[in-house]
Design a protein around this ligand. Structure first.
Ligand code: PAF
Length: 281
C-alpha cells in the first residue's frame, strides 16, 4: 500500500492506473477506522481494480464548539488495517495541502435545502464542509465510484445530490450501517462514551425499532416523532430530533410514500449520536 500525502503524487499514481484502463474506487474517511469503514473498503474492492482510502479530519465540517481537536486520530492502526486488506493507496494529506489558502478563503460547495434540515439545522455549515471536502477529494482522485456508510444517511443524500447537480461522473454507493451486537451503530464517536453511557447507547437504535414497528402498524409519522422524544429521555438521552421522512428526499412523509427513513440524533453526555432505520410500508 502506498501512503501518499501530496495531491501531485496522488494524481500521478492514479493517472498510471487510469491509462491502464483500471477502475478506481474512493472511500473517504476521517480515520479511526472501524468495521463499518473496513466493509466499505472490501465493497470498494468488488467495484474497482484500485482502491484509494482517504483519511482527513476535515476542519471545515466542524463547528466552533465541536470536537475537532478531540476527534480520535489512530493513524498507525488505521494504516495497518488498510494494508492488511490490500488497499492500494492511503491518501492522508495535511490540512495545508487541502486548504492552502486557509479555510475562510476556501471556495465552498453548498447543496441547498437538504443541508439545512435535521443534522444541518443543529450543525450549521456542517454539510457545506462535507460537500466541499468530498468534492475536492473527488477532483483529486477522479474515482469511477465512491462508497459511503448509510449511518450518515443525510450526508449520503447530500453527496448524491451534489454529484447529480454538478454532473460528476461518479457512482455513489451507500452501504448498510454496521452495528454492535446490541444494535449501536458503529461510529468513531462511540469511543467518547463513558461505560455507563455505553450501556445506554443502544437505546437510540431500540427507539428507532419501536418507531418502525408502530409506523408499520399504521401510527401516523407525526405522532411517532412526538412520542419518541420522551422515550429517548427516559432512556437517558438528551434528544436533538427524531424525524420520519421520505428516504429519497428527506421531505416530510406523504401518504403515497412507501420508502421511509426514521432519523434520530441525541446526546449522551457531550457525545452526539446519530442513527437511522429504513422502513418500507
Ligand atoms: O463521513 C465522514 O467520515 C466524513 O464526513 C467524510 C465523508 C469523510 C468527509 O469528511
Amino acid at each position: 500500500m502506498h501512503h501518499i500525502t501530496q495531491i501531485a503524487e496522488l494524481r500521478s499514481k492514479i493517472a498510471k492506473w487510469r491509462f491502464a484502463g483500471e477502475r478506481i474506487a474512493l472511500v473517504p474517511t476521517m480515520g479511526n477506522l472501524h468495521r463499518g469503514h473496513l466493509a466499505l473498503v472490501q465493497a470498494a474492492q468488488q467495484q474497482a481494480q484500485r482502491v484509494v482510502v482517504s483519511i482527513f479530519v476535515n476542519p471545515l465540517q466542524f463547528g466552533a464548539n465541536e470536537d475537532l481537536d478531540a476527534y480520535p486520530r489512530t493513524f498507525e492502526q488505521d494504516q495497518q488495517q488498510l494494508a492488511a486488506l490490500g488497499c492500494d493507496v492511503l491518501f492522508a494529506p495535511p490540512v495545508f495541502e487541502v486548504y492552502p489558502h486557509g479555510q475562510t478563503a476556501q471556495t465552498r460547495v453548498e447543496v441547498p435545502e437538504l443541508s439545512d434540515i435535521l443534522c444541518g439545522a443543529s450543525r450549521p455549515g456542517h454539510f457545506v464542509g462535507v460537500a466541499t471536502v468530498v468534492c475536492k477529494l473527488f477532483n483529486m482522485v477522479q474515482p469511477n465510484v465512491a462508497l459511503f456508510g448509510e449511518k450518515d444517511f443525510q450526508q449520503l443524500l447530500v453527496i448524491r445530490r451534489m454529484v447529480a447537480d454538478l454532473n460528476l461522473p461518479i457512482d455513489i454507493i451507500g452501504l448498510p450501517t454496521v452495528r454492535e451486537a446490541d444494535g449501536l451503530a458503529l461510529s468513531s464517536r462511540n469511543g467518547y462514551l463513558s461505560t455507563e453511557d455505553r450501556g445506554r447507547a443502544s437505546g437510540l437504535y431500540q427507539t428507532l425499532c419501536s418507531v418502525s414497528r408502530a409506523l408499520q402498524a399504521g401510527t401516523p409519522a407525526a405522532e411517532l416523532e412526538q412520542l419518541a422524544i420522551p422515550a429517548l429521555r427516559l432512556a437517558g438521552f438528551q434528544p436533538d430530533y427524531v424525524a420520519v421522512r421520505s428516504a429519497a428526499t428527506l421531505a416530510p412523509v406523504m401518504p403515497s410514500d412507501t420508502e421511509l427513513v426514521i432519523l434520530a440524533a441525541a446526546y449522551l453526555g457531550h457525545t452526539r449520536l446519530i442513527d437511522n432505520l429504513r422502513v418500507r410500508r
